[in-house]
Design a protein around this ligand. Sequence first.
Ligand code: BTN
Length: 265
Amino acid sequence: MEIPLQPEVIRETSQGGRLGKKVHYFSELDSTNLFAVRRAQEGGEEGEIVVAERQTHGKGRMGRSWFSPPGLNLYLSAILRPRLHPLRAPQITLMAAVALAETAQSFLAEPVSIKWPNDILVNGKKLAGILAESSCDPERIHYVILGIGVNLNLPLELLPDALRDSATSLLTLTGKPINRTAFACRLIRSLDQCYGELERQGFGRLAERWESFFALRGKRVRVDMAGETVSGRAAGIDKDGALILQLDDGSRRRILAGDVIPLDA
Ligand code: BTN
């Protein structure tokens, strides 16, 4: 029997910070992001956290689903109400990728990398993902729901065939089951610190930390976007979190959304 998440421990260790003072815990939900959106629309406060042991409709990026079996992984969403201009909303996702990569790295010997925009990879396989959903008007961000899924104690045999070659878990990488509550506490603390830094000091230093995990810098990549594919060299990210692609004719192109596929061996 897997040890359940301990919401009261998450709450206690998060006192003094902005995130995690209120924790909504469920043995099953459609999606922690969907619940958090509903809460935010009803006036849920900044920093409320939603965790579930299992999701029946876990959501991934670009309309995909997120594999969410019970009792093994972390499915967490946070309600944020950032005092940032809506044009800076993409920086929230990149800030979260830094917090998540650094937290995962603290449990692992192998290097963690970020695949733009926010897949967390180890040995080229996906360990964790981020889905941020925001509600803004032209002047103001009403809320950002930051949804994070991490494969923790997932044995790879449980993965559907289609994911078996492309996903990994902390259990697979370390050979040891991990305390999921301890991972959640460390992640929330790291998110809290990075979020505060983004608001107080801006994105500059966080962008450097993001780039330190960016394994594809300088490598040839293909980017599949809706209805278009482009190739070039990944040069880095700009302050809006766009991927800068150096095309073969020497020009540079900003990519706002798409799937990046490495072309170099
Ligand atoms: C991705 O496609 O890489 C993003 C995956 C995000 C999954 C998490 S699990 C917790 C939260 N609730 C969801 O339904 N999705 C996110």
